[in-house]
Design a protein around this ligand. Sequence first.
Ligand SMILES: [Zn+2]
Length: 315
Amino acid sequence: MQKNNTFLGIDIGGTAAKIGLVNSDGEILEMDSFSVSFDGYQTPIIETVVKNTDAFLKRLGISEKTLSGIGVSATGQINVLEGTVAGSAGHIANWLGTPVKTILEEHYHLPVAVANDANCAVMGEQWKGAARDSHNVIMITVGTGVGGGIIVQDQLLSGSVGIAGELGHFTVQKDGIPCTCGNRGCYERYASTTALVRRVKETSDFPSDVVIDGRYIFRQAAEGNQKILCILEEWIQDIAVGLVGLIHIFNPETVIIGGGVSQQEELFIRPLKEKILEKIMPCFRENLHICAAELGNNAGLLGAVAFLMQCEKLK
Ligand SMILES: [Zn+2]
C-alpha cells in the first residue's frame, strides 16, 4: 500500500454511526456522524450507511475513485473473513446476516474490510494509540459488556470462521451468573461496568433519586466511601483474574484497557496493574506494559482503516 492514500473509515454503533476521511498517517481529515436507529431500524442500518456515505462524499466533492478503500468497524459479532454480521445484539432489527463487505464493495468498487468495534479498537491502538511499537496486544473494552481484541505477531486474531476474540464470554466461574449469550459465568458478567453497578446496587442502600452508574461509583470512591471502595477492589480483582489468564496464553507486550472507566487512572488502572503483576509468573512481566486506551471515540474509525490496510497488505 502506497503512502499518501486516503481511506474512508466507517464506525457503525448500535444507535449512531461515524464516517471519516483518514489518510495513511492516521489523520482524520473530515468527519461526520448520523443516526442509524432513527426509525427503530426499520430502514436497515446498511441502507442508512450507504445513503449517508454517498452524501458525505458528495458534500466534500470527493469521487470514490480517489479513495484506496473502506474500513468498517461494526457493532455485533462480525465475521472478519467474510465481512458479514454473524451475531447481533437482539434489539437491532435488520442487521443479523447483513453482508456489509459485499454490499459496500459492489456499491463503491473499492476494497472493504469489516471487523467488530472491539477488534477495530485494538487495531487502532496499535496503529496510533497506546500499543504503537507492540506486536502482541490484548485489549479489553469495559462497558455495558466486555469487548476484546487480540493481535498476535501484528495480525488480528480472527479464528477459523473470523469471529475470534470474544473475550467477554470466556467462562470464569462454573455455574456462575447467567449471561446474555446463554452460558453462565462469562467474564463480562463479572468484569463489565454493568457488573460493578449490579454489585453496588445489591450491597448498598441509596436514596431512590440517585442514579447509580460508573461515574457515580467512582465519584463515591474518590470521596472515600469505604463500602464502595471494597466493592471496587473486588471488581478490579475479577478483571485482573481474566487478564492474568490471557497474559499467560498470549504473552503480550501491551495490555490495553478501554471504555469510559479506563480514564480512572488512580482508582482503576493503577490497582488493576498491581493486581495483575502480583499474579502473573515473573518471566511474563518482562516487556509487559499495561495501560489505558488512548484513542477514545476515534479508535473504531482509525482501527477499521488499520484493519483494511492489514488485509490489503496480506493479499
Ligand atoms: Zn456470555
